[in-house]
Every structure is written in structure tokens, then in C-alpha cells.
Unconditional design. Structure first.
Length: 451
């Protein structure tokens, strides 16, 4: 019975089921991973797939890279080559072999450097170190060019040759630094700081010749990029060949494809300047000739004016002017004399009219006229006032209380002198006063009748 239960509880896998389960477990447990190792047992059948073993000093693992992925390879894999792959962990079910399925492959040394390059580029770009707002303008005609490079490399010879050919008048200051190895990046940083402090140049060329990615590593260092951005002198970077791109190229104010191109970029063409100077020289000659012509015309005009203003001519003009003044003076004197005579006659007539006798006679006549006017005015005023007084007297007589009393009416007042107009104003035995036309009556109330 016990044996039967044990047999019933057994879970039996086929080999295919087991390998499928293991494969599913491996592929689900591990994401895409990076693995570095040396290629061995490389085979490339007609199917286009690549099969190889990736090994290090103590272990190895089988790998496969299918045709859909290996067509993007930038190199041809070879046995003994150190590579870096991005792969999925899997299992080849037919043989039960654990393996890696490669999705991407790159050379190990260059690949690591390229990955570090991409990461640093993305980091510095996110910080804004490559923004155009930070770029300094390059001088059109530098007063002195500073060159930061190896003193013995080909780059310095190429740059000096170009500068000598294009514009030898610009002075050059060389800052010798190592451009390869562990000491290169710190030396470049210190030289950039020194140049910015000394202010000996108004533009800097950071250059070196071509090489592998490892050879150019100093120009892909973060400290070099930050030193370029912090430098307050414009920096032109010309590193390697035209296809070589470094972090320093992005950080620099201007990127040149080669050292020679950097020298051409910063140095004006002396032939163009000579042509410009020749044009200015020709233009200056034309302007000078035009100026001389104008001065000659002005000199001729001044000579003519000088002849016109010769002392003899001036004396003749002054003599004529003197005659004119004399004639004007005679005319003015005659006019003034006539005017004086007219004024004298006018004043004489006024004086005759204003003698005392004439004034007294005029005054007496004026007084007589005023007396007559006053007499007439007085008579008119008195007659007018008499007429007005008569009218007022008649009006007063018509409205006088005495006139009313003469017709038999009377005015009664109480003891307080108030006029009595209502019987209710008095009581029995009150004494009242009655004004008649002629005389006053003192009465006492014996009875009142209310109307």
C-alpha cells in the first residue's frame, strides 16, 4: 500500500519537459546581462548564425548569436579576441547545454571606453555644459594664439605650418603638455587654468593627432571638459582625425575636425587681408586726390576773394560809402529842419490858444453855461418833488385812520393798549378806551355779545 502511494505521488518529467522548464526558469530569472570574455571555438555556418565559446582564465560558456542580430556588428569576430556581449541566459534544449544568446557584441577595450564616453556625454549634456549659451565668441583677428599640445607631436608642426602660411604676423605661445597617458588629463586641466590666469592669449587651441579611442582618452575625461567650460578664454578643440569625436569637442567653444583645421579656423587668410589692404590703399589714394582737388578749388576761391578784398579796392568802396553817408546826412538834416519848423508852428498856435486872457474868457463862458444849467436843473427838480409830494399827500389822506374815524368809526383798545377786534378779548367790568374822530372815550364793559 505504501509503495502504491509513493508511486502515485511521483512527478515524472521527460527530458524535453525538463529542459524546457529549465530554459523557462533561466530566461525568466535573468534579464539581459553584460558578459566579457575571450572568443574561442568560433564557427560561422552557412545559416549566418555565429556560435562560439566565451571564456576567461577559469571558466567558459557556450554562446550563440543569430543572423538577425550579428548583421549589426561593426567588426569581424575572431578567436582569441576579447569582446563584451549583451545576452540572455538560456538553455539549448536539444543537448541540454546552458548557453548565452547574444543580442549585441563589441570589442571589450573600445566598447568599455565607448560606453563610458556615452554615459559621460549624457551626464554633462544634462547639466547644460554643452549649451550654446556657454560658448564664447572667437576673435576675428587674435592678438596671440595659445596652443596646448605635445611639444614633439605632429599636431604642433601641422598647426605652426598652417599659421605660418596663412598669417605669420600673429604671435604664438605653446603650452607643452602630454596628450596621452594617465598624466595627460591633469596636465591639460592645469594648463587651461594657467592660461586663463595669465591672460597671455585671447584664444586657445587644444590639439593632438589621431589615434585609437584609448589614445584619445585624456580628451574624454570629465575634468578636462569642465576645465574647458570654466576657462574664460575661447577654446577651439581639434583632436584626432575628422571622424574622431571627443567630450572635449562638445565642451569647447568651437570644434575643428583636425589640428590643421583648427589652425585655419582661427587664422585669417593673409592674402584676403592683403587684398583688403590693397583696396583700402587704392581707396585712400582716391580720397587723397579728391581732397587735394577740393583744397585746390578752395585755394582758387580764396585767391579770388583776396583780389576782391585788396586794400585799393577796399579804399574805393569806403570812399563810395563815405559819399553815400554824406548825402544821407544832408537829406536827413533837411528833413529834420522841415520837421522842426512844422513842430514850431504847431507849438506857436497852441501857445496862442493857451494865453491867460484866452483861458479866463473861456473859463467865464464855461461858468456861465454851468450856472444856467444848474438853475434849470434846480427848477425842474423842485417842480418834480412838489408834484410827487402832492401825490403822496393825497394817498396818505385816503388811507389815514382819522379819515375813517370822521365817517363815524372808532378804535377800541384794552388796558394793555391792544386793539380789540374780538368780543372774547374782554370781560365784564373791563375798562376799555375808544378812539373817535375827535376825542377819546373811557368805558366799562357791562355785557358782551358774541357774533
Amino acid at each position: 500500500m505504501s509503495n502504491q502511494n509513493q508511486q502515485a505521488e511521483r512527478i515524472v518529467f521527460s527530458v524535453s519537459e525538463l529542459n524546457l522548464s529549465v530554459r523557462t526558469l533561466l530566461e525568466g530569472e535573468f534579464p539581459l546581462i553584460w558578459v566579457e570574455g575571450e572568443i574561442s571555438n568560433l564557427s560561422q555556418p552557412s545559416s549566418g548564425h555565429i556560435y562560439f565559446t566565451l571564456k576567461d582564465s577559469t571558466a567558459q560558456v557556450s554562446c550563440a548569436m543569430f543572423r538577425g542580430r550579428n548583421q549589426f556588428l561593426r567588426f569581424t569576430p575572431e578567436n582569441g579576441q576579447q569582446v563584451l556581449i549583451r545576452a540572455r541566459v538560456s538553455l539549448y534544449e536539444a543537448r541540454g547545454n546552458y548557453q548565452l544568446i547574444a543580442e549585441h557584441m563589441e570589442e571589450a577595450g573600445a566598447g568599455a571606453l565607448q560606453r563610458a564616453f556615452d554615459e559621460l556625454k549624457a551626464k554633462l549634456a544634462a547639466e547644460g555644459l554643452f549649451d550654446d549659451d556657454l560658448k564664447l565668441p572667437i576673435p576675428e583677428l587674435p592678438e596671440r594664439i595659445g596652443i596646448i599640445t605635445s611639444a614633439t607631436g605632429a599636431a604642433i608642426r601641422d598647426v605652426l605650418s598652417v599659421l605660418q602660411r596663412r598669417f605669420p604676423a600673429i604671435p604664438v605661445l605653446v603650452y607643452p603638455v602630454p596628450v596621452q597617458g594617465n598624466e595627460a588629463a591633469p596636465a591639460i586641466v592645469n594648463t587651461l587654468k594657467l592660461a586663463a590666469k595669465r591672460k597671455d592669449c585671447d584664444v586657445l587651441l587644444l590639439v593632438r593627432g589621431g589615434g585609437s579611442l584609448e589614445d584619445l582618452q585624456a580628451f574624454n575625461e570629465e575634468i578636462v571638459a569642465r576645465a574647458i567650460v570654466d576657462c574664460d578664454i575661447p577654446v577651439i578643440c581639434g583632436v584626432g582625425h575628422e571622424v574622431d569625436i571627443t567630450i572635449a569637442d562638445f565642451a569647447a567653444d568651437v570644434r575643428a575636425p583636425t589640428p590643421s583645421a583648427a589652425a585655419e579656423l582661427i587664422s585669417p587668410d593673409q592674402e584676403s587681408y592683403q587684398q583688403t589692404f590693397a583696396w583700402y590703399q587704392q581707396r585712400l589714394g582716391q580720397l587723397m586726390l579728391e581732397k587735394i582737388r577740393r583744397f585746390k578749388e578752395q585755394l582758387d576761391w580764396l585767391q579770388k576773394r583776396l583780389k576782391q578784398q585788396h586794400p585799393l579796392s577796399y579804399l574805393q568802396q569806403q570812399a563810395q560809402h563815405l559819399d553815400d553817408l554824406q548825402q544821407r546826412m544832408i537829406t536827413a538834416w533837411q528833413y529834420a529842419f522841415k520837421n522842426f519848423q512844422s513842430q514850431f508852428q504847431y507849438n506857436l498856435s497852441r501857445l496862442t490858444l493857451n494865453t491867460p486872457e484866452h483861458q479866463i474868457e473861456t473859463g467865464q463862458q464855461a461858468i456861465y453855461n454851468l450856472v444856467q444849467r444848474l438853475r434849470r436843473a434846480t427848477q425842474q427838480t423842485v417842480a418834480s418833488k412838489k408834484q410827487a409830494l402832492g401825490g403822496l399827500s393825497r394817498t396818505l389822506q385816503a388811507i389815514s385812520p382819522l379819515e375813517t374815524l370822521s365817517r363815524g368809526y372808532a378804535i377800541a383798545t384794552n388796558e394793555n393798549g391792544q386793539t380789540i377786534t374780538d368780543a372774547r378779548q374782554v370781560k365784564i367790568n373791563d375798562q376799555i378806551t375808544i378812539q373817535v374822530y375827535k376825542g377819546v372815550l373811557i368805558s366799562r364793559i357791562e355785557k358782551t355779545l358774541k357774533s
